[in-house]
Design a protein around this ligand. Structure first.
Ligand code: FES
Length: 134
C-alpha cells in the first residue's frame, strides 16, 4: 500500500511536545479532513471553519472507520426553535460510513446518543505544521 507524504510524516514524532506531525497547515484547508495513523490508531484530523480537531476514527457502534465518513451538518429541533426542524452544525458533523451514526466533530459527541462520545485529540499548529497530541 502506498502512503501519501502526509501519512509518512504522521509517523514522525516531535520529541519536545510528543506531538505527531500530520501535514503543512496549507494542506488542510477549512472544510477538509484527513485520516492519519497516530501510534497505530487511525485519527481523523478536521479543519472546521479554521479550527482544528482530532477524533479517533473508530465508531463506538461496531468499530466502523468513522472519520472516513462524510462531513456535513444535520437536522435538529429544540424548544428555542419551537421544535421546528432546522439545519444545524454545518461542517461540524461526521457521519459513520457503515450505519450512519452522526458525531459532532468539536466534542466527539454522538448526536443520536449524547452520552456516547468518541475520543478527541488536541490538534495544534507549530511553525506552520499541523500536529496531533496522542
Ligand atoms: S459502525 Fe458506525 S454506525 Fe455502525
Amino acid at each position: 500500500m502506498n502512503s501519501t507524504p502526509s501519512e509518512t510524516r504522521a509517523n514522525e514524532h516531535d520529541a519536545q511536545t510528543a506531538a505527531v506531525t500530520v501535514c503543512r497547515e496549507d494542506d488542510l484547508l477549512p472544510g477538509e479532513h484527513m485520516v492519519v495513523d497516530i501510534g497505530g490508531r487511525e485519527v481523523g484530523v478536521f479543519n472546521v471553519n479554521g479550527r482544528l480537531y482530532g477524533l479517533l476514527s473508530r465508531c463506538p457502534h461496531q468499530q466502523g472507520p468513522l472519520c472516513r465518513g462524510k462531513v456535513s451538518g444535520t437536522l435538529g429541533a429544540d424548544a428555542e426553535s419551537g421544535w421546528r426542524t432546522t439545519w444545524i452544525h454545518e461542517g461540524e458533523v461526521v457521519t459513520c460510513p457503515w450505519h450512519g451514526l452522526e458525531f459532532h466533530i468539536p466534542t466527539g459527541q454522538c448526536l443520536a446518543y449524547p452520552r456516547t462520545r468518541v475520543r478527541t485529540f488536541d490538534v495544534v499548529v507549530d511553525d506552520g505544521w499541523i500536529k496531533v497530541r496522542p
